[in-house]
Design a protein around this ligand. Structure first.
Ligand code: SF4
Length: 416
């Protein structure tokens, strides 16, 4: 009896040690502080190149009372197959304790189906002090089920849950009115400013509605920007060549460690390759470029893999942006992700109040990534900087965007 017990103890001990070693190996060779079991699961899955559709992370659905009869709400509820709570109109709380950025981890499991009572369509706020690209935002919802350590939404949003706006008929009406008010104006529009464009698409199916709408409007190009590989709904749609499916890319080490629940590089590139095959234009965003040990090899590797995966002629534009953040994001990011080191570097406060790497440092990283991209990209692909000064443009590219008509004109030439 005693021997049997001892054998069992030894067996359990071995299992525990093996499991512990696996976790240690998968997480890092160095000790890492992990704040929650969700964070641990996400890290292990990303290390194993295993990825699940991030919409499957949602566990609770809440519906605003006046949205219950909207057809789009009913479609989402049927696809999700989850029980849901009814929330009184304009109620401010969903009952998630804390209700602030500190409980984003819990909030990302909750999806709120509600109305957008403000504007759907707006010019990107940009900034007066840095060059911006004259982009327009179509606001389809707030927050996203993936979880990046550097995500600016952690500092912008005052609600921890995900919202999806179900009054889409109002959205299309507003778009119609905007287009009718200036029929000659060409517009580059994106849905990926306050959420990821495709991460909830399995539930919402919104991409197909948007693509059908845009295919009938010659003055619009719509960009669907994602870190997921949720593209199944895009197959076989009449996109009329005016949809750009785009991915944020980073060095492999950053994608693994700082982008929880986002698709690994191989899946993002495989999805991009499929979209190119279906005739979509592509775009890529190296943003945020983050300094880390081996950054040159890392960004070089991603660029090489990008150009072996997709046809270069399919790429409309590629943007570059170095890590920048509002001061409060550092507090939130370091509390939520104590294992991340990205905020522990030297930064200065930029003219827009955001922390940025010192200029020579930014220039060095931009120059390396830009030169490497230039060698591989088609001459028709517009490579541009997001929120940078004329000085940086000149130093890295050798020209000022005004010499080529300005960033908006450069981007318009790539797609219209
Ligand atoms: S994928 Fe985008 S929106 Fe989602 S957490 Fe990451 S940075 Fe934020």
């Amino acid at each position: 009896m005693y021997i049997l017990k001892l054998q069992r103890v030894k067996q359990y001990r071995k299992q525990y040690i093996d499991k512990y070693r696996t976790i240690q190996y998968l997480v890092s060779k160095k000790p890492v502080v992990i704040s929650s079991s969700d964070e641990l699961k996400a890290i292990i899955m990303s290390r194993q190149n295993f990825w699940v559709d991030p919409s499957k992370y949602i566990q609770h659905i809440h519906v605003e009372e006046s949205c219950l009869d909207i057809a789009h709400t009913r479609e989402i509820l049927a696809r999700a197959g989850l029980p849901f709570n009814i929330i009184k109109d304009k109620q401010e709380h969903l009952g998630i304790a804390g209700e602030s950025s500190s409980n984003f981890t819990e909030g990302k499991k909750h999806l709120f189906l509600c109305k957008n009572r403000g504007q759907f369509f707006k010019p990107c706020p940009g900034t007066r002090v840095y060059r911006c690209c004259d982009y327009h935002i179509l606001n389809i919802g707030m927050n996203c089920p993936m979880d990046c350590t550097y995500c600016i939404l952690q500092a912008y949003l005052n609600k921890p849950w995900l919202s999806h706006f179900v009054n889409i008929e109002d959205m299309f009406l507003e778009m119609d009115q905007t287009l009718a008010s200036d029929p000659e104006r060409l517009l580059r529009i994106g849905t990926g400013e306050f959420t990821d464009s495709l991460a909830l698409d399995r539930l919402t199916g919104l991409s197909a509605r948007l693509i059908r709408y845009v295919s009938g409007k010659k003055q619009i190009v719509l960009e669907l920007k994602t870190k997921s590989a949720c593209i199944d709904n895009l197959e076989g749609l009449p996109h009329a060549g005016r949809i750009i499916v785009s991915w944020s890319l980073n060095a492999p080490a950053i994608m693994k460690k700082e982008e929880l629940r986002a698709a690994p590089l191989a899946q993002r590139l495989a999805a991009a390759r499929k979209c190119a095959k279906w005739g979509y234009k592509l775009a890529f965003h190296f943003d945020p470029i983050i300094e880390h040990p081996g950054w040159k090899e890392g960004y070089g590797d991603t660029i090489d893999r990008l150009f072996s995966a997709v046809p270069r002629d399919a790429i409309a534009w590629i943007s570059l942006g170095a890590l920048r953040y509002l001061p409060q994001l550092k507090t939130i990011g370091t509390e939520r992700f104590p294992g991340s080191r990205i905020f522990y570097q030297e930064f200065i406060e930029g003219l827009d109040g955001k922390s940025r790497y010192f200029r020579p440092h930014r220039t060095e990283m931009y120059k390396y990534v830009y030169d490497r991209l230039k060698k591989k990209a088609s001459g028709d692909t517009c490579i541009y900087f997001c929120m940078e000064s004329d000085e940086i443009w000149k130093e890295v590219t050798g020209y000022n965007p005004e010499e080529k008509g300005g960033i908006p004109a450069m981007l318009d030439r790539a797609v219209f």
